[in-house]
Design a binder for this molecule. Structure first.
Ligand code: ATP
Ligand code: ZN
Length: 642
């Protein structure tokens, strides 16, 4: 048997050996450090797995942070599942998971009665007890699932594994408890020093809402207390940056189960924030010669049949509904509506580019499991545009769209993770709209622009939409998820489907190319990103409440405060007077907690001199200046989008 190692070297053995034996053969020191391996780049196996045929082998040792963590964590999940079985005999284990982004393991189980949090502590106690004993873990390879005595969930996993790999691994813990997992369960239980069960949630079996709801316990595993503390610290920091957490004090959005999952409510603070962003974007669109349009949130089924969305996008759309004799759908995107505007009269080459912008409400039926605060919702407002150009205008227009996006994202100080440039795979004749000449030209032009502008990008071959190449501007969320913020997508197909034309210089009917542009994506996802990147400390121009006014010293101060508030109003500055019966120090702290850019403390001294005493967010320093100077100071910051 020939084993190819990661460095390309090949080892030959005359008999089958376990991963651990192979490790020992390479170096004695490796024997201790190895917990498993990855075979042929995709099969993760524990160290007692018997390798019996030629393969490539990557040993997983305690030197490899990510992979090692996965192996240790899935083992901890199996031990925790066993502990659950010890405490609650009626819990039927379903699956074991590992989530690298969260360093977290999880396992699901079915039990008629929902566990209470204190019952999870019972499982934790059992886990702690187990960690002080020798746990016996044995893995056995099976190719048949009969007579294994597995529950229906485990049977399903075993059958899936056999279907995918030709075998499944049945792990037996302490001679009695059987568990099947697609994750490797290591026999080195002594390495595991810490297992910390963290929370209890629920998820549908196989993520399908038609199936039974399972209970899911999440946890962290580590080989030392220090490592566990480090993981917990990182997670705590991430959680504090999560926009859902930040929203608890800023009160930007809300959800109500009676309204429906994933249907966000923009609260007063959120509406101010969104409208402020919108005013700015419309001003930029004006500068770049876009025209604003507004189209209905529904369209007939025929519209989406013609556009092809019904075929390609059906699962992402809300179900069609009937009214009278007609059938409608909630629009998942505005492209066909904007096409209708283009088609409403004959167009000449002199009319192009035509840039329709719409800050458009749209609805998508995202799976309930994927809904994440404002980041992924079912009702959203896209900063959408469709631009109709002649083929010779693509390059220029792409450049100008990119410039617009870049300027806008810079105004918000958004950190771009990377640019993803998706092109077709020319070999794939099935997926892509067939017009090689058009694709070649457009791809070369877009790439030329990226090079001209000196922009680093990742080229993704075969990732283009079926209708054309695209550029996505990617960012990272606090939870380490990759998301698309802005997008520029070329489309050769929709103009054809709707038979769009313009009269060219020679009087001939010619097809335009369409460009879909999402300026900052949806307000929902953008605000989620903004909150996470600023940690909720919004700049003055965006802060829903820019100035908190705290009067001290009774009615005179309150009157003065009101007079000042009216002055702010005249200048379109947003302020609020704190009239609560609380101590000054409490009010100041509260304004800090709510991340209000300025706090004013007004008392006798200020009234007598017509001054203001202010303190900036995050600063201890107090400054007293004439009221007029303060108005100018804040107005200037707002005007300069600071
Ligand atoms: P994703 O891959 O994130 O689902 P997509 O590729 O389907 O997005 P597009 O159709 O290109 O998205 O939509 C344009 C923009 O709309 C995205 O860049 C993103 O900002 C935003 N967006 C898409 N789906 C959602 C959603 N469910 N909730 C919030 N924003 C969304
Ligand atoms: Zn579109």
């Amino acid at each position: 048997m020939k084993i190819t190692l990661l460095d390309g070297s090949v080892k030959e053995f005359d008999k089958a050996l376990t991963v651990k034996e192979i490790a020992e053969n390479i170096a004695v020191s490796l024997k201790k450090a190895t917990v498993g391996a990855v075979i042929d780049g995709n099969q993760k196996v524990a160290s007692d797995y018997l390798v019996d045929k030629d393969c490539t082998l990557e040993l997983v040792t305690n030197k490899q942070e990510g992979m090692y963590d996965e192996f240790i964590s899935s083992t901890a999940a199996a031990i925790s599942a066993y502990a659950t079985d010890q405490v609650f005999k009626d819990a039927q284990i379903a699956e074991v998971f590992y989530n690298a982004d969260e360093y977290e393991f999880a396992f699901t189980f079915h039990r008629d009665e929902r566990l209470k949090l204190e019952q999870v502590s019972k499982i934790q106690d059992e886990v702690n007890k187990l960690l002080t004993t020798d746990i016996k873990i044995e893995n056995k390879k099976v190719t048949e699932t009969n007579d294994l005595g597995l529950n229906t969930y485990q049977l399903h996993t075993a059958d899936e594994e056999i279907y995918k790999k030709g075998y499944a691994i049945v792990t037996t813990i302490n001679d009695t408890y059987k568990i099947v997992s697609s994750e490797p369960i290591c026999v080195e239980d002594k390495l595991l020093k810490e297992i910390h069960l963290q929370q209890l949630t629920g998820s549908y079996w196989l993520d399908d809402s038609k199936n039974v709801m399972l209970q899911r316990i999440h946890g962290l595993a580590a080989t030392s207390k220090k490592e566990l503390d480090k993981k917990e610290e990182i997670l705590k920091d991430r959680r504090s940056r999560d926009h859902r957490e930040i929203n608890k004090t800023l009160e930007i959005f809300d959800f109500d189960p009676l309204i429906g999952q994933g249907l966000p409510i923009w609260l007063p603070n959120g509406t101010i924030l969104k409208d402020t962003i919108k005013d700015y974007l419309k001003e930029k669109e004006w500068e770049y010669d876009y025209v604003q349009v507004q189209t209905p949130v529904i369209g007939t089924l025929d519209l989406y049949r013609t556009s092809g969305h019904l075929d390609h996008y059906r699962d992402d759309m809300f179900q069609p509904f009937k009214a009278g004799n007609e059938e409608f759908v909630l629009k998942p995107m505005s492209c066909p509506h904007h096409i209708a505007i283009y088609r409403s009269k004959p167009r000449s080459y002199r009319d192009l580019p035509l840039r329709y912008a719409e800050h458009a409400l749209q609805h998508r039926y995202e799976s309930s499991g994927s809904l994440t605060g404002l980041e992924r919702v079912r009702a959203m407002e896209l900063t959408d545009s469709h631009i109709f150009v002649r083929p010779d205008q693509v390059e220029e227009e792409f450049k100008s769209i990119y410039k617009l996006i870049e300027e806008v994202l810079a105004t918000f100080h958004i950190d771009i993770d990377y640019l993803s440039f998706s092109v077709r795979d020319p070999e794939d004749k099935e997926k892509y709209y067939q017009n090689d000449e058009m694709w070649d030209r457009a791809e070369a032009e877009l790439e030329g622009v990226l090079k001209d502008l000196n922009l680093p990008y990742k080229k993704m071959v075969g990732e283009a939409a079926f209708y054309g190449p695209k550029l996505d501007i990617q960012a990272k969320t606090a939870q380490n998820h990759e998301i698309t913020i802005s997008t520029i997508q070329l489309d050769f197909l929709l103009p054809e489907k709707f038979d769009l034309t313009y009269v060219d210089e020679k009087g001939q009917l010619t097809r335009p190319i369409m460009i879909h542009r999402g300026l900052i994506g949806t307000y929902e996802r953008f605000v989620a990103t903004l909150l996470e990147q600023t940690k909720g400390v919004l700049p003055v121009w965006l802060a829903p409440n820019q100035i908190e006014i705290i009067p001290v010293g009774g009615t005179d101060a309150e009157k003065y405060a009101e007079q000042i508030r009216q002055e702010f109003k005249k200048r379109h500055l947003r302020s609020h007077i704190d009239l609560r019966d609380e101590r000054l120090s409490y009010k100041i702290r509260d304004a800090q907690v709510h991340k209000i850019p300025y706090q004013l403390v007004l008392g006798k001294n200020e009234i007598d001199n017509n001054t203001l005493t202010y303190r900036k967010y995050g600063s201890e320093e107090q400054t007293t200046i004439p009221a007029n100077e303060f108005y100018d100071l804040v107005s200037k910051q707002v005007a300069e989008k600071q």
